[in-house]
Design a protein around this ligand. Sequence first.
Ligand code: UTP
Length: 293
Amino acid sequence: MPIDLAVVPVAGQGTRLLPSTKSQPKEMLPVGRKPVVQYVVEELARSGVRRLLFVTGAGKTSIENHFDINAELIAFLRETGKEELLEELDFERMGLEYFYTRQRKQLGLGHAVLCARPIVGNQSFVVALGDSIIGMNAQSAIVARMAEQFEKARAEAVIAFEEVPRDDVVQYGIAKPRAGARDVFELADIIEKPSVAEAPSNLAVAARYVFRPGIFDLLAETRPGKGGEIQLTDAIRTLIHKGGKVLGVRLAAGERRFDIGNFESYFRAFCEFALADPRYGPDLREYMRQLLR
Ligand code: UTP
């Protein structure tokens, strides 16, 4: 059966983006015209996902509101003659089903995924981080390619990877490929936030995963690791060490990961998306040229 369920963890505190994230989720920060998490949902829908399970936490209700139909707003736009703005709400009609569960204590990404267990049950599923956009305007088919490899190789898990500059390996889970790292490769190991010296490659986990439900047992056994958090990477590592087949799929050239978890990459992403906006981009480009003169 094709995989049509994605777990989207959005419960993190987003402390690296304070004060912006004091009373709003980082996943709702705008990148160009849309909030980050809308790009994530649109990307998943294009890859065949039909059911989305958000793992939310305190202060994240604006995410739930964003994907609800807002009948009052629709009526208001009609009554005030602003019908042309209704197309901005088209994403509400993607025909997706939304489910929500809470991570009551922010114990890490691995723990957030484990919170999805009672609802996911015994089916394979995608995990897509709610704070990362893949590709300009989320034009990426990475999840569809991962799901295809998952079925073809009968893998236990498939993970998206992106090459990063050597100095950035300290921020991500890093792959140790079994042989050469082609577009699709098998993992010999994976290490969470290694030092530059101990990093086995510069291939960093790129915010998208496919799992069989067996990952839940491993997450339940995983003890807190780096940063005192229950790390998804540590459970994947156990899976590999127990002989599970775990594949990596590289992002294609046009599928860069935009990480909205820190200001440096958030600012860059905002600039790139705004410059690519068909209506406002050309003027902005001119404005920036003048600023930089
Ligand atoms: P991060 O690793 O960026 O952690 O989360 P964070 O807590 O959100 O941010 P900082 O480090 O305090 O700035 C990556 C993804 O995992 C989710 C986040 O919402 C984000 O989408 N996450 C993280 C959870 O759902 N729960 C957690 O306990 C941690």
